[in-house]
Design a protein around this ligand. Sequence first.
Ligand code: ZN
Length: 361
Amino acid sequence: MRIKLEIESNNSKTVDLEESDRGFSIGRNWGYAFATLVLSIAIALPQVSKWVESQQPIRLLQRLAKNTNKLTDSKSTTFPTTKGSPITSGFGWRIHPLTGERKFHYGIDFGASKGTPIYAFDAGLVEFAGWRGGYGKAVIINHGAGKSTLYGHASKLSVRKGEQVLPGQIIGKVGSTGMSTGPHLHFEVRLNNKPVNPRPYLQQHKLSSNYSPRMQAFLATIRWAETGTSGTQSYQKLVFNGTFDDFSTHPLIKQCASINGKRICSTAAGAYQMLDKSWRDLQPKLKLSDFSPESQDRMAIEYIRRNRAISDVESGNFTQAACKVGKIWASFPCNSYDQNPKKISELSRYYQKQLSLRAGG
Ligand SMILES: [Zn+2]
């Protein structure tokens, strides 16, 4: 059966998966056939065996052939770009950001700025490195046993076809080449040339939330306004100074400082500066098992919900949403906490920048 499938491509360039990858598949099978033939000869003629084994690709294929079928068994895999990069689009049906059409998305998109390194997920042979239609500049690495990974939309490639790579080796830089609306890494896992959901293969690595790009950007803006950074370190901040390491519970530490001549004491902690009383309220209601970054995100979203700002966030009405949550976060406007709130224009600029990192195609 032939089904029209689109991979990272627009209407005019709709590619047929069977067609577009057939040449590549044959090429690879010939490669295997050849390697198998050479190995058979090598076994039959011990004198050539030494020479054959000294050939790097053959040795690699031998090693890869011994690997089990489960990529997840491998403890040596590397997250394909900077850890914690937000998922901007998952595997499955979606509305294509460029064409507006319902299309199947064959990989996971990670939002990252241009120039961010792309890492080889696992050891393998570079099967393809170059321009590949809608994928733009792309690399395909063959990990053996029918497994391969694809990295798309790169701004720069640093490996060549036939090269052997190690897990974590830099193979290129994030970009926005091909069918893409902004810098991101499109990462695919293929089993016998068929794209499968990469999520299980990334399980040993911490994946960022599955929230919409707008919600992620909104949360990042709160983290930045409250702690000065939206990065992972924000989740460990104590209110006035220092950090905590134990995520098993809210740190419940009270710190005091002088703000605008007033002595203020607070238990605020984490990326959203949650108070001890917020923890006592939300921990049982949201059935939180800890004060981990995921739990902190859920607490923040619960407060956004309680202030009826979810739909404003999801529809991109930033100003309205920011004002509604001003009662919760003193760094936001529309409150009378007098704790040096940020200007809406400043928050909006940061939000837009965060959104652009997460809204790639
Ligand atoms: Zn993609």
